[in-house]
Design a protein around this ligand. Structure first.
Ligand code: PGA
Length: 251
């Protein structure tokens, strides 16, 4: 079956409110009414409402960059799935490598967040990816397999079909060193095979796998042309309308 492409902009902790709303409006304008791909913007959580208002009535989706798995309670500083849906989120990025590396997020925590996101009707974008050291020591598949199995633990096949995975080599994030289309496709094909083993070939064929790591307008067409690359998770190039639009409209 053919999978609909999904292009998401991860704004991380960049920009201020006025830039965020202007960027959101610019993206919505460039996307038009009937895009051929799903487009999602993931601003800092404090700006979700404002960005949601800026893209209201357009096909542009809204996503958070994280959530806390627990229900209401004494969790100072945290935000849960229900709160994210209250402000219009349809998506949430989980297990981004910056959170894994800087905040020590584990596969188990990511799996708890994943179940919480699904229970709250959010589409999770679950990130996995190897470091340069992993790649150079020939451990890419092993590392990615551990992350996929751990992060998706306890998921049933029906739930799995609706999730999005993002394969993001850590060495390619924010570095300008994009994986070659062949390197990316190799990992994506491996992940899809693995999903087939965990769930079924049919479910694996439905799960969208984004590539992330220095995606730019000038490399998007080739990356997105690979059979197992179903979209992009974009950091730096999502901060400018022109660049992000170039990726959205990449043939
Ligand atoms: P980048 O970030 O496009 O700036 O490399 C990608 C990401 O972190 O998701």
């Amino acid at each position: 079956m053919s999978r609909r492409r999904i292009i998401a902009g991860n704004w991380k902790m960049n920009m201020r409110l006025d830039t965020a709303t202007a960027l959101a409006k610019g993206v919505a304008e460039s996307v038009g009414e009937n895009p051929e791909v799903d487009v999602v913007l993931c601003p800092p959580s404090i700006y979700l409402s404002a960005v949601g208002t800026a893209v209201e009535g357009t096909p542009v989706g809204l996503g958070a960059q994280n959530l806390y798995a627990a229900q209401d309670g004494a969790f100072t500083g945290e935000v849960n799935a229900a709160m994210l849906t209250d402000v219009g989120c349809g998506y949430v990025i989980l297990g981004h490598s910056e959170r894994r590396a800087l905040l020590g997020e584990t596969d188990q925590q990511i799996s708890e967040k994943l179940h919480s996101a699904l229970a709250g009707n959010l589409t999770p974008i679950v990130c996995v990816g190897e470091t340069l050291e992993d790649r150079e020591s020939g451990q890419t598949e092993q590392v990615v397999e551990t992350q996929v199995r751990g992060s998706l633990a306890g998921l049933d096949a029906g739930q799995a079909a609706s999730i999005v995975l993002a394969s993001e080599p850590v060495w390619a994030i924010g570095t300008g060193n994009t994986a070659t289309p062949e390197q990316a496709e190799e990992v994506h094909a491996f992940i899809r095979k693995l999903l087939g083993e965990i769930f079924s070939a049919e479910i694996a064929g439905q799960i969208r796998i984004q590539y992330g790591g220095s995606v730019k307008p000038n490399n998007a067409t080739e990356l997105l042309g690979q059979p197992n690359i179903d979209g992009a998770l974009v950091g730096g190039a999502s901060l400018k309308v022109e660049d992000f639009a170039g990726i959205i409209h990449a043939g």
